[in-house]
Write a protein that binds this ligand. Structure first.
Ligand SMILES: Nc1ncnc2c1ncn2[C@@H]1O[C@H](COP(=O)(O)OP(=O)(O)OP(=O)(O)O)[C@@H](O)[C@H]1O
Length: 466
């Protein structure tokens, strides 16, 4: 554990000397400053765990005004830094004023060593807990906004997934950066969380960040945090993802979406293991393990100068590909049963069985949306099929009946929210889906969509579906 750092603000060199001697014995790192200006200057530059402040800064004053001003000024720089004040001419009024201004405790001079050390340890501990609570509360907000998967059970019956899981178990013991590649919905986020849970960092936070969802202008504030007043909308101090993940794991999802300019900033943090909160010039140490994920072809993005090669090498110490669902047919039935079970508990509906024929059909389907698509299908089946046994027909899985988007992507229930789809792509998908629902009956399909038959056919012909 690194030594805790205390800044002493006192202009009496004898007092500084004896405090330094006594506190160094207790393994504190000490820096002493004799003027308020130097104190503030250092606080802006360096991180400390606590300030020990003499209320009668100028030898010739006994009012404590100087000290009080400094308590307030320190609060402006860092309102979470604990301050213990020392009052030489013990007047309780000065101590009360200092506590009102934000000091956490006071000690009378001449001090009692044991009492001083206890007070220092207590305040550092409380500040740490406060910071952790603040971090947890921001993290909770983040997690509920992202609706990150909460299920803990990973289904892995196929040989390829068993091998992948055992590699991840091994890698969990190391601190290496891992890059997970694979199509959407294959379970990359879930596996990243699995590595974290099996690592020595498991008692600290796993912080996922969807790199595609952060507006470019807010990148630094999101990742490194900001101080109140750092820019117009910075109404409160905000903890960034790096700090939230301190001693834990930071999961950079949709890695390829980081704009070039921000890639340089990220690279610097990874190389130097330190960052600055926006609005502060002080560097903060970053002790995080990085796991990242992408469904893009990063080497191609590098060739096209869309992704920095040096950042790629930083992040892919180990690269693992998560196979698509169609490559692990053995997992399909257990996954389908797992999701039926999961949703039946969630919605309080008894779980139906899958017939052999239904399982065969599930195993033959290509699953372009992978596990996420299977999960959505099982959720839908639970509501639409009120039978004890699900047959192949109940699945409404007509292979090949997926819509093709203008850019060549396959559109289905799992990918319909993809932000790259155009209104026309979505309309085409809806037409196919509705036709499927009415088993090809044009009159009923047109009626259900509120279209005349001619308007309906015009659309079919527009999308080449006639
Ligand atoms: N092996 C598994 N066992 C059980 N559930 C799984 C498994 N893999 C994935 N899931 C579930 O499937 C869904 C999609 O998984 P996840 O979000 O991890 O995929 P992803 O590859 O990160 O997707 P994207 O690339 O779109 O971010 C989640 O609900 C997850 O809990």
């Amino acid at each position: 554990m690194k030594n805790r750092k205390i800044l002493i603000a006192d202009d009496d060199l004898n007092i500084i000397a004896s405090l330094k001697y006594m506190l160094s014995e207790e393994n504190f790192d000490i820096l002493a400053m004799t003027t308020p200006e130097a104190v503030l200057e250092n606080l802006k530059r360096e991180s400390f765990d606590l300030v020990l402040l003499d209320m009668n800064f100028q030898q010739d004053t006994t009012s404590g005004v100087e000290g009080l001003k400094l308590v307030e000024a320190i609060q402006q720089v860092d309102d979470q830094l604990p301050i213990i004040v020392m009052t030489g001419w013990a007047t309780i009024d000065i101590a009360v004023d200092a506590m009102r201004a934000g000091a956490k405790d006071f000690i009378q001079k001449p001090w009692n060593n044991e009492r001083l050390i206890t007070a220092i340890n207590t305040q550092i501990k409380i500040a740490k807990i406060d910071k952790k609570l603040q971090r947890l509360s921001q993290e909770n907000k983040l997690l509920s906004a992202q609706s990150f998967p909460q299920e803990s059970g990973i289904i892995a019956q196929s040989p390829v997934m068993k091998t992948l899981l055992s590699s991840l178990n091994e890698l969990a013991k190391s601190d290496m950066s891992i890059l997970l590649t694979g199509d959407n919905g294959t379970g990359k986020s879930m596996l990243a969380s699995y590595v974290h849970q099996h690592s020595s960092r498991a008692n600290n936070s796993f912080v996922p960040v969807n790199m595609g969802a952060i507006p470019e202008s807010l990148f630094e504030s999101e990742m490194f945090g900001h101080l109140k007043g750092a820019f117009t909308d910075a109404k409160e101090n905000r903890i960034g993802r790096f700090e939230m993940a301190e001693q834990g794991t930071l999961f950079l999802d949709e890695l390829a979406n980081i704009p070039m300019a921000q890639q340089a900033k990220l690279l610097r943090v990874l190389e130097e293991q330190k960052f600055e909160v926006v609005g502060s010039s002080k560097s903060q140490h970053a002790d995080v393990r990085i796991i990242s994920a992408t469904n893009s072809d990063l080497p191609k993005a590098i060739t096209e100068q869309q992704f920095r090669q040096d950042l790629f090498y930083r992040l892919n110490t180990i690269q693992l590909r998560v196979p698509s669902l169609k490559e692990r047919v053995e997992d399909i039935a257990p996954l389908a049963e797992h999701f039926l079970q999961l949703y039946s508990v969630k919605y309080n509906i008894s779980a139906p069985q899958l017939s052999i024929e239904a399982i065969n059909k599930l195993q033959q389907y290509p699953w372009p949306g992978n596990i996420r698509e299977l999960s959505h299908l099982m959720e839908k089946i639970l509501f639409t099929c009120k039978k004890a046994t699900i047959t192949g027909r109940d699945l409404l899985l007509d292979e090949g009946l997926g819509a093709q988007s203008s850019s060549g992507k396959l559109i289905n229930a799992a990918t319909i929210d993809d932000a790259s789809l155009s209104m026309e792509d979505i309309e085409k998908f809806s037409l196919i889906n509705r036709l499927k629902h009415y088993r090809g009956n044009a009159t009923e399909t047109a009626k259900s969509l509120g279209l005349s038959r001619s308007a309906f056919y015009r659309r079919l012909s527009k999308y080449g579906l006639d």
